[in-house]
Design a protein around this ligand. Sequence first.
Ligand code: NIG
Ligand code: FE
Length: 418
Amino acid sequence: MHTTLLYNIGQLLTMDHHNGQAHGKAMQELPVFEDYALFMEDGKVSKVGPSDELEKLQADERVDCEGKLVTPGIVEPHTHLVFGGSREHEMALKQQGVPYLDILAQGGGILSTVKATRETSEEALYEKAMFHLDRMASYGITTVEAKSGYGMDEETELKQLRVAKKAGENHPLDVISTFLGAHAITKEFKENPQALLDEMARLFPIIKEEGLAEFVDIFTEEGVFSVEQSRDYLQKAKEHGFDVKLHADEIVPLGGTELAVELDARSGDHLAVASDEGIQALAKSNTIGVLLPGTIFYLGKGDFARARDMIEAGAAIAISTDFNPGSSVTENIQLIMSLAALKMKMTPEEIWHAVTVNAAHAINRGEEAGQIKVGRNADVVIWDAPNYMYIPYHYGVNHVNTVYKRGKKLYERGSLHG
Ligand code: NIG
Ligand code: FE
């Protein structure tokens, strides 16, 4: 039996005050425990209480948190973790102002990553995914969703999903998989996109049978898949027992937010150009809005999702990096927390809900991740920060001091030598 005591915690966020996802005003309620301590036993949280009470306990490892902030491990609900190659050569096109969807229409963008992913071996994709998971862990992420979508043929989609599954089995982070076979229209299907959707839908039973994904996602966008095609495809996915997600209203407002609600999707993601009706519908629903301000920043666009309107209307909001090789090339969730504050005017309290409880619910892990609670896995981060407001405030750097995954030290900030 291994025990660890974290004591002298300056501020502890447990996020344990919610049953279920936090909607609207509830995202503002954030109990903060000062001078607290946390006891971990065999990978689980076993006691949480005032530091002067718990300090008396014997433990194999005693960690003086020196008044620092301690929170649950961050939950990252939207990444494109597994891909071949990279797209730095497209930076110049971006600088010349060529729009993202034009690069895609010319066979670049997502399609260039499709080519690279098809050409990369399963082993090489696995090594690369493990590398990115390590980096995510270093930023305080302890649970991560991973999408396929750079194959769009049977062989490569299944290859990506198998890589994500193996990475989740071998890496300390938990990896939750999403099948995004409907991510773009490859040149084989240019004349008949419906045939691509049919081909991808044919994989549903195989993916289900092999336990390769829990969610099915689609890119509902102009020049990609229409609202009607998306509805039909996702309905089929639901019939096969998948929960669904959508890349919705990212660039052109097509009504993807409304569709996410209509389908009772677990999440509608992006929502940068969601309509007023879409926002009202989202607010009345259980569908979580996963907002990705890093993508809007990276694409050089001005329309950040209207987080304030969404929260004021009563929606449950999560945020994420959207880590991928084209529209948001970063594993740094802390930078996204700053963008959420600066560009979407989310409060620090809302931001912490958006990267913990609500992010966990967006990937059906509300009962396991995103909260520090007795009996739960001890996924915990000690931050080099005096309080929770400090993280979005001091932007662009890594504030992590130590990450524990299931009670084991997974990452610790290095020190300079010399
Ligand atoms: O979430 N919008 C579609 N998919 C990704 C981008 C993928 C890529 O550019 O490689 C996104 O933005
Ligand atoms: Fe995405």
